[in-house]
Design a protein around this ligand. Sequence first.
Ligand SMILES: Nc1ncnc2c1ncn2[C@@H]1O[C@H](COP(=O)(O)OP(=O)(O)OP(=O)(O)O)[C@@H](O)[C@H]1O
Length: 474
Amino acid sequence: MEDPDAVKNTNKGHVAVVTRRLLIVEDDPGLQSQMRWCFSEDLEVAVASDRDSALAALRREEPDVVTLDLGLPPDPGGATEGFALLEDILRLSPMTKVIVVTGREDKENAVKAIGMGASDFYQKPLDADILTFVVNRAFRLAELERENQALARQGNGTNIKGIVAASPQMLGICRTLEKVAPTDVTTLITGETGTGKELLARALHDLSPRAGKPFAAINCAAIPENLLESELFGYEKGAFTGATQSKKGKIESANGGTLFLDEIGDMPMALQAKLLRFLQERMVDRVGSVQPIPVDVRVVCATHRNVKDLIDAGDFREDLYYRISEITLDVPSVRERDGDALVIAQSLLKTLGKELDRPNLSFAEDAVNAISSYSWPGNVREMINKVKRATIMADGKRVTAEDLELSCDGTVTGNQLNLRQVREIAERQAIIQALRSCNFNMAQASRLLGITRPTLYNLTDKYRIETSQTETGT
Ligand SMILES: Nc1ncnc2c1ncn2[C@@H]1O[C@H](COP(=O)(O)OP(=O)(O)OP(=O)(O)O)[C@@H](O)[C@H]1O
């Protein structure tokens, strides 16, 4: 049932567009109708004349802004009831902007109300222009706060520290990761360079019962073959020239925790056999030792290479592959994630802006377009470099596509890796444009591009371009 003291006044002509809701808390019927008259054109207005009806209206209408007369019954001459209501409102609905309305000389209570969390104050007598201005400002503030919250939510749709994601593809990976983390299964993370494989490996560790124990990482591609064995397995004193003392390897130093073998696809064949033995027996044979040492580690591996191809080429042991891939997380490239590029770029701009003492930067429209359409071959790592550069180079508060060294259509304007990359980026862009202009009709697009339909299918596969209208793959 409608509360008689909290009358909703909706301007029907604007119903479809008006979503701004104002609650006027005022016990004087004359002022009530004057105030309602000020706003009824643009807003949904509810009116309440005491604390109870105001709280009922707050619950029912969820107003963004409340004007609150501090002198309410049973203390119309004082401010106790008004302050009590202010406290209630801010407790029940902290995002609501409360403008306190005080008497002409009542500066003290106005200051007190602001100190308690009111967003603004307004002094009687009523002046329609000033009141409208103050109320509109409060609505704008509420809107900005809501937008900020939405952005923050978008900015990190995952509960995993450090991982910014909003795309269904990446959120799916994060959900799987959260399920896998508490177990001890050996996990293989695959994906292009810079997609966040190491970040996910750390998250697997941080979300596991091993979190308090060491996380030891080794990059199998970065260490010369002759040193990799002793780095991994350790060695005994005198095992080789220069081994003046025994030393633990990475596997032993991860005891109790997680061992992260990055670029496992680059591990030499001879070592693959020794690693397989370790995974089967969970005992480490230090170089030069005959006494195996038991080690308890969870193993996570990563590679940017296609392991099945490596197996076919005879460069990777199939039995080791099955051992390390009890679960596989296939991390999509940034260009395959719907909407992630912009969300990650926004988040990077915020963090790097703070780090480089250039807060409050935002992307100009051409930068937003460029970020969304560029193919990001180096994935998030490339994005970090570009956003860092742009943070330093931006002239004003707006970061442009040029600051990112991208053109508005997402092609690179400088620092291309090589001619092949430039050609591929241009080719991908031309295909996307042709598809869009033909409403994703493959036959028409292939004619426009002067190629056959099968060639167009091959190219859309190669560049992972979605061939439906809903997802353009850009
Ligand atoms: N989703 C993400 N949100 C925020 N930062 C990310 C994300 N993914 C990756 N990064 C950052 O990008 C950089 C590269 O990530 P990482 O080293 O994990 O990638 P990688 O796939 O292991 O790369 P490589 O194959 O080259 O070793 C890191 O600084 C990481 O923190």
